[in-house]
Write a protein that binds this ligand. Structure first.
Ligand code: OAD
Ligand code: ZN
Length: 226
């Protein structure tokens, strides 16, 4: 099982959250990524995610995304990639199966009829839901205080995993930050691939530091014995 975070998309030009030039610099998290913020000031929240959705058009996957697709092509369903990222770079890098535990920028969720729709446009102008016509579309992303998606499937995969690898995540946000401990309790060998030691670095058997675009292809080569 592979867990990815903002660091895997950094070399593609998507800003991370907690680095010096990180995205939260200009914004307080409680102003844009909580249900309370959305209730208080929906326009600011919708505009923030509209800008991030639009910026996806200007970025491309990097060798780290491509290496995970190569691993999947070799081992098939033995691999499960779970990402905290809301971008679509894993998919564009060729990965067939990915769990977006924090949701996806390219989907809108209608809180009136509860349907999800592929979305590339804006939401701040309150477009009508293609399903029910109401104007209750929000970004299909998980905010602080909400439960991440597909947790049952993720916990099962962690329990069964022989190898757990964490790529480009600071280990600051739960529940993802606790995955390494769960996987290890159930027998997995744990490796971290990150620019610097993460907050939970000491939980891993092996912690390698450097850029994902270099570390991930090398790790995949090593695993596949090439
Ligand atoms: P962070 O911004 O917290 O952490 C990114 C990590 O990637 C840091 O440890 C960096 O050192 C590392 N990094 C930066 N550039 C890298 C590179 N080129 N190669 C490898 N590593 C690199 O991002 P996340 O851990 O993903 O949640 O953040 C977790 C969650 O917090 C996000 O999903 C988001 C955020 O608030 C929600 O919005 C719910
Ligand atoms: Zn609807």
């Amino acid at each position: 099982m592979v867990l990815t975070g903002a660091g895997i998309s950094a070399e593609s030009g998507v800003p991370t959250f907690r680095d010096a030039d990180g995205l939260w610099e200009g914004y307080h998290v409680e102003d844009v990524a909580t249900p309370e913020a959305y209730d208080r000031d929906p326009a600011t929240v919708l505009k923030f995610y509209d800008e991030r959705r639009a910026s996806l058009a200007g970025v491309v996957p990097n060798p780290a995304h491509e290496a995970l697709a190569r691993l999947e092509a070799a081992v098939g369903e033995e691999l499960l990639v779970v990402t905290q990222n809301i971008d679509d770079l894993h998919e564009r890098g060729g990965l067939q199966r990915v769990v977006h535990m924090h949701g996806e920028l390219l989907k809108a969720w209608c809180t009136s009829c509860d349907q999800r729709h592929p979305w590339t446009g804006t939401l701040v102008d309150r477009p009508a839901c293609p399903g029910c016509g109401s104007t209750a579309l929000r970004p299909d992303v998980v905010w602080f205080g909400e439960i991440p998606y597909e947790m049952d499937r993720i916990i099962d995969a962690l329990t069964d995993a022989e190898i757990f690898v964490s790529i480009g995540t600071s280990g600051a946000v739960y529940p993802a930050a606790g995955f390494v401990q769960h996987a290890r309790r159930h027998g997995a060998r744990a490796t971290e691939l990150n620019l610097e030691p993460s907050e939970g670095s000491f939980f891993f058997h092996d912690s390698r530091h450097g850029k994902a675009g270099e570390l991930v292809p090398a790790w995949v080569d090593e695993l596949l014995g090439s």
